[in-house]
Design a protein around this ligand. Structure first.
Ligand code: PMP
Ligand code: GLN
Length: 386
């Protein structure tokens, strides 16, 4: 393409290409492959939830919501986090509805991270954190999680903290590895931030997708951490409706004020009838208490089906992703193998190396098991034959 305004149009993210989720989903569609790459369910959402959206649309709730979100939804969220995590968040001042967790994360970073600040990011890292850091002129400081179980080495964290550290980004359950933080991790975090002005950004979109009886170590359980944190959630994950792009952010009043000063000019507000429907649905705890078991049986079903294959992995502790080592199949790079598998075998996955700042290829691919039984059956049959 000829250069437009030569020398005057500098890319703001010169090293960031198109997100892997768009790349792999498109490739899967082109080749008619089973799409276990981008994380989204292929089964229907609850009829009751759809009915509520229709109800509110018919009743005329089709105009702008308040900037911070519908009051009723913020109230139910406040009740929910109090009953689950013992956390007290004021619906008026400390809760904000967002256009998915993506906007919540982006706006949280944008509202407090300044040029030259350092932001600690564990990698492999979900791909939206680093671009948000870079766009604000800040510097990501990368710490590798330790394979095979992808734990945080807190010695490395202590060594990475400087005067300039403004934020630590946490994500539990973790995308893409499926690892979860333990209580010991939280204690270590507490020690690292004590006496500093570091803000925690806690991405908890998979709070309900956690297995084998593990408790979700929400930052909201710990008042001393909560007072310096943004916590980010997504209804897309909890109610299987990723396309609704509705999430929320919780933060103490002073951080939330900064958040809102940016949020108002980013989206101003989010979809009104969907917020009202979600408020009704969230009020009934039965609509989310069964989620861990629901996804755990999908994880186990998938792992069972591929037991005889040459793809190997430790069961995910949380999230709806299973990472699998394919080194018994080939020594190709994960990016090459993911593309070849999509084209030649008809199963799309995500190469984990793309979630690093440098080529770290552990020969693992990420597979999304948030799928109907038939989809997992067909995918597993192919994987077993590779
Ligand atoms: N954080 C993580 C860890 C995710 O996996 C995702 C994507 N599903 C998001 C944030 C973004 O969530 P949303 O679709 O609600 O924007
Ligand atoms: N979170 C989803 C995943 O990890 C994808 C979200 C997106 O497409 N941006 O696959």
């Amino acid at each position: 393409m000829p250069e437009l305004f030569p020398g005057r149009l500098q890319p703001k993210l010169p090293h960031v290409g198109t997100t892997i989720f768009a790349v792999m989903s498109r490739l899967a569609a082109e080749h008619g492959a089973i799409n276990l790459s981008q994380g989204f369910p292929d089964f229907p959402i609850a009829d009751g939830l759809i009915e509520r959206v229709r109800h509110y649309m018919k009743k005329g709730f089709n105009q702008y919501a308040p900037m911070s979100g519908m009051q009723t939804l913020r109230e139910v969220i406040s009740e929910k986090v109090e009953s689950l995590y013992g956390a007290c968040f004021h619906p008026e001042r400390e809760i904000n509805i967002t256009a998915g967790a993506t906007q919540g994360l982006f706006t949280a970073i944008q509202s407090v991270v300044q040029k030259g600040d350092e932001v600690i990011v564990f990698q492999p890292a979900y791909d939206s954190y680093v671009p948000a850091v870079l766009l604000n002129g800040a510097v990501p400081v990368f710490i590798d999680l330790e394979p095979p179980d992808f734990r945080i080495d807190w010695k490395k964290v202590r060594a990475a903290v400087t005067e300039k550290t403004r934020m630590i980004v946490l994500n539990t359950p973790h995308n893409p590895t499926g690892s979860v933080l333990s209580e010991t991790d939280i204690d270590q975090l507490r020690e690292v931030v004590r006496g500093t002005d570091i803000i925690c950004l806690s991405d908890e979109v998979y709070e309900h997708i956690i297995f084998d009886g593990r408790p979700h170590q929400s930052i909201l359980r710990h008042p001393d951490l909560t007072e310096r944190s943004f916590a980010v959630f997504s209804f897309g994950k909890t109610f299987h409706a990723t396309g609704w792009k509705t999430g929320y952010v919780l933060a103490p009043e002073n951080l939330m004020a900064e958040f809102r000063s940016v949020h108002q000019f980013t989206v101003y507000c989010c979809n009104t009838p969907i917020q009202l429907a979600l408020a009704d649905f969230l009020r009934d705890k039965d609509n989310y208490t069964g989620i861990p078991d629901f996804y755990q049986s999908k994880r186990d079903y998938f792992l069972d089906l591929i037991q005889t294959s040459r793809f190997k992995g430790r069961p995910a502790e949380g999230s709806y992703f299973q990472i699998l080592d394919y080194s018994a199949v080939t020594d190709e790079k994960d990016t090459d193998f993911a593309v070849r598998m999509t084209r030649e075998y008809g199963v799309a996955s995500i190469p984990v190396s793309v979630f690093y700042d440098r080529p770290v290829d552990n020969h693992v691919l990420r597979f999304c098991f948030a799928k109907q039984k038939e989809t997992l059956d067909r995918a597993a049959e192919i994987l077993c034959a590779i």
